[in-house]
Design a protein around this ligand. Structure first.
Ligand code: GLA
Length: 386
């Protein structure tokens, strides 16, 4: 039996008087390298993980009544298809945004009930919101008998973020939740929207996330200003290089030539994106050669860029990364995801895991008063109907 299945059955029965007809499982994601590159048409190396949301769905015999129950929030919502308005419950707006995207595509849905719960930490930078959108979208797709392809689900999730929730994010999170495959990372090219699976065997090492417990909301965190800054940088570069379409097309030489023509802040943003794209390639090469020491170094370099050039870290994430520097068993660490809170991602030698985790968590507690959490993550499959 799937984790959470029993809980969902119980609540479905209690609230709606029967059992769900089917389940959808939607995972959160990590990103090994390639941060803030997605909306710059660049490269990233994400994977889906063993933290997920499970949904139960069933038609309810009505023409247009949809009832949702979020077990973890202990909250319910009831809406009518064709009469959707924004909710004052923020979790519900992710679902409403997806319903809106289905309506825009003229996909007709029956009345249905949906119950869900999960273990992706909310605001932890593991994209619980993309899992919510894409898992819910796959469920609606199933109810409608539409069989949308995976890229369409990614688009529906991104549309929900961009148009319904006002977050100017790229495709990274939704792509990872939908296309994930066990034991594989995905080298994603956001311009061509193509990708390849690569073996992600860390051998004697373990991927560990430290959750700073500092929460971010991308609508007001500063995340939303980054795509705009990058567009401005591109438009300045275009004065000299009109063929450049995004920071993906820029290199160090072009940047050096344009440095004096742009504000320093935009120069630093651009430099980060150019170097982060290069780091994705370097990371893949190092992976191929099983050069784990180098993988770790690349993570630290990425954090430096995110901290000082892209300005999306925060003092708690910097501390989590700094605490690993004295640890010989930690090969590398960096903040992960959009930033301004959430998790750091770390490569740690398995044999030293317990002590290292304990030391970092207790030093973090001592310095910030915050009880952080450590997750040993494994790489799992993407969205699935069960
Ligand atoms: C958030 C966004 C993604 C991506 C990352 C940073 O997770 O939702 O689209 O921009 O931040 O890499």
């Amino acid at each position: 039996m799937e984790l959470f299945e029993e809980q969902i059955n119980k609540h479905f029965q209690e609230h709606f008087g029967r059992l769900p007809a089917f389940f959808v499982k939607a995972p959160g994601r990590i990103n090994l390298i390639g941060e803030h590159t997605d909306y710059n048409m660049g490269l990233a190396l994400p994977a889906a993980v063993d933290k997920h949301i499970l949904f139960g769905f069933a038609k309810n015999g009505s023409k247009d009544t949809c009832r949702f129950l979020a077990i973890d929030m202990n909250a319910r919502e009831e809406v009518r298809l064709g009469q959707l308005t924004k909710s004052d419950q923020s979790w519900s707006n992710y679902l409403l945004g997806v319903l809106e995207a289905f309506a825009k595509r003229n996909i007709s849905l029956p009345g249905f009930d949906c119950v869900f719960c999960g273990n992706i930490p909310i605001g932890g930078g593991l994209s619980s919101s993309a899992a919510l959108e894409c898992g819910f979208a796959r469920g609606l797709d199933q109810l409608a008998g539409e069989y949308l392809d995976n890229w369409e689900l990614v688009k529906i999730g991104q549309e929900t973020e961009n148009d319904y929730l006002g977050v100017q994010s790229g495709i990274l999170d939704q792509f990872s939740s939908v296309f994930g495959q066990a034991k594989k990372a995905m080298l994603l090219d956001c311009r061509s929207q193509t990708f390849s699976y690569i073996n992600a065997d860390f051998q004697a090492y373990q991927l560990v996330l430290f959750n700073s417990k500092v929460k971010h909301e991308h609508t007001d965190s500063g995340y939303n200003s980054r795509p705009e800054e990058c567009r401005k940088a591109v438009s300045i570069i275009q004065n000299k290089y009109p063929e450049i379409k995004s920071l993906r097309d820029v290199n160090d030489n072009i940047l050096a030539e344009c440095e004096t023509t742009m504000p320093n802040k935009l120069f630093r943003r651009s430099q980060f994106v150019v170097h982060e794209n290069a780091r994705v390639r370097a990371f893949c090469r190092a992976f191929h050669e099983s050069d784990f020491e180098l993988l770790g170094k690349i993570l630290y370099q990425s954090h430096f860029g995110l901290q000082y050039f892209y300005d999306v870290s925060c003092k708690e994430l910097d501390l989590l990364v700094d605490l690993t520097r004295g640890e010989e068993a930690v090969l590398g660490a960096r903040m992960m995801g959009g930033g301004f809170g959430g998790c750091s991602i770390n490569i740690i030698r398995k044999s030293d895991l317990t002590e290292v985790k304990e030391r970092i968590l207790s030093q973090y507690k001592e310095k910030t008063g915050i009880l952080a959490e450590a997750y040993e993550v494994s790489i799992e499959d993407g969205v699935q109907v069960k």
